[in-house]
Write a protein that binds this ligand. Structure first.
Ligand code: G6P
Ligand code: MG
Length: 226
């Protein structure tokens, strides 16, 4: 029988909501380059690394081919400085509703907890929101070869925990993140809307809708329905 041994969390859009800040930072960068982006770009950059997101933003402005690799790094750094200025006051008040309850319950039931975020600002957010101590493993995105939707980051989390992927549940808000969890051989839980996360069987609008029993049931159902 497969039992639940670990829950691997994404950060942005799951443990806290930062998509507005990412969007505003990209918008500012785009404005400085002379074009505008619409909020629709938000879904496209969710779960996607900074440099890959930059490509998406530049293409939206018809500037996909304009910059050298070195210039792109400068642009990405510029966006990051704007983004960091927008999240610098984050505190535990910015934790998603239900996050603390879920983390506490997992911990008291001896379920391992890991973070699999591609954001290089995730460590800062964990500390700012005072939840670092809940995590047994925090994957360093700099060590991950292929970003989401590749399975690498979730596989690395499971490996660092020493737990088989099939005993792990991944929680994600991004389409690419759900793909990453599935290709790692884990069951995904989606946070958001079924319209965006149509690749996920278990989607909830917020963390308040799930608890350890919901998560255990998903693992159990997987086994009995395979
Ligand atoms: C998360 C966000 C993405 C962001 C990525 C990298 O996955 O959903 O929108 O591009 O992190 O974040 P960073 O903080 O490293 O720029
Ligand atoms: Mg996310």
């Amino acid at each position: 029988m497969i039992t639940l041994e670990a829950v691997i969390f994404d950060m942005d859009g799951v443990l806290t909501e930062t998509s507005r800040q990412h969007y505003l930072a990209w918008k500012q960068l785009a404005r400085d380059l002379g074009f505008d982006i619409s909020e629709a770009i938000n879904e496209q950059v969710k779960g996607i690394s900074r440099l890959e997101s930059l490509e998406i933003v530049l293409s939206a402005g018809g500037m996909g081919e304009r910059f050298s690799e070195a210039e792109k790094i400068e642009l990405a750094d510029k966006k990051n400085l704007i983004y960091q200025s927008l999240i610098k006051e984050f505190t535990k008040e910015n934790l998603s509703v239900g996050a603390l309850e879920l983390l506490t319950s997992l911990k008291s039931n001896n379920i391992k907890i890991a973070l699999a975020s591609v954001s290089k600002n995730a460590q800062f957010l964990l500390e700012a929101m005072e939840i670092s101590s809940y995590f047994d493993v925090i994957v360093d995105p700099r060590e991950v070869k292929h970003g989401k939707p590749a399975p690498d980051i979730f596989l690395m989390a499971a490996k660092m925990l020493g737990i088989k992927p099939k005993s792990c549940i991944g929680i994600e808000d991004a389409f690419a993140g759900v793909e990453s969890i599935k290709s790692a051989g884990m069951q995904p839980i989606g946070i958001g809307s079924k319209a965006h996360l149509y690749n996920c069987n278990h989607v909830y609008s917020s963390l308040t809708e799930i608890n350890i029993d919901t998560i255990r049931k998903i693992i159990y159902e997987t086994e009995c329905c395979q």
